[in-house]
Design a protein around this ligand. Structure first.
Ligand code: E4P
Length: 217
């Protein structure tokens, strides 16, 4: 499973990248607004930090304008992935940009049928949003499992990028369902390493080691 960081925080991305946990980055207009930085500048900085795909989202709503914005964003760096909303216009723009060889990420996917359309239009990634479905008492994890089944049934190349992940259980369930990628805020990724028994065990080991009076170096 690939790990993408859902953030435009360069420090957090760098820290996780240094641990070896960053296969790519996703941004959206809200994340860019939160960064307080110029869109193209911050995306260029992220692209220079990580080797994998960096999703940058168009803000137009008509297909031809999305295509123009997508082509402009592609000039930022080779690892730019054009993020497009899962509307009919977004699908049309996805078909055009994918045929031109651009990497594409169909975002705001909330149903298996939307994911089916994304695959048919040649999307590189589809982003089903788990947390936002959970917020309205629907089952976001069931959506991931359904899309994985549908893509497997037909051998689609589009990768399932589980998004809107809010907690570590979401990550585990996505991995069990077979999602190709998950994108999560830095805090959730860090929390994946946490376990009270690990902390307790380490404290005991270090205490006993101290008692031996030895050192490795
Ligand atoms: C995905 O690409 C989105 O940027 C993100 O996962 C949305 O998450 P949210 O629903 O927590 O805002």
């Amino acid at each position: 499973m690939k790990f993408f960081v859902d953030s435009a925080d360069l420090e957090q991305i760098t820290d996780l990248n240094n641990i070896g946990l960053v296969d790519g980055v996703t941004t959206n207009p809200s994340i860019i607004a939160k960064s307080g930085r110029d869109f193209k500048d911050v995306v260029a900085a992220i692209c220079a930090l990580v080797e994998g795909p960096v999703s940058a989202e168009v803000t137009a709503v008509e297909a031809d304008k999305m295509v123009n914005e997508g082509r402009e964003l592609c000039k930022i760096a080779e690892n730019i992935c054009i993020k497009l909303p899962l509307t009919l216009d977004g699908l049309k723009a996805c078909s055009v940009l994918s045929r031109e060889g651009a990497s594409t990420n169909m975002t705001l996917c909330f149903s298996p049928n939307q994911a089916l359309l994304a695959a048919k239009c040649g999307a590189t990634f589809v982003s089903p949003f788990i947390g936002r479905l959970d917020d309205i008492s629907l089952d976001g994890l069931e959506l991931i499992a359904d899309i994985c089944t549908i893509y497997d049934n037909y051998g689609f190349d589009t990768e399932v990028l589980a998004a809107s992940i809010r907690n570590v259980n979401h990550v585990k369930e996505c991995a069990l369902a077979g999602a190709d990628v998950m994108t999560a805020p830095p805090g959730v990724i860090r929390q994946l390493a946490a376990h009270p028994l690990t902390d307790k065990g380490l404290t005991a080991f270090l205490e006993d080691w101290k008692g031996t009076g030895q050192s490795i170096l």
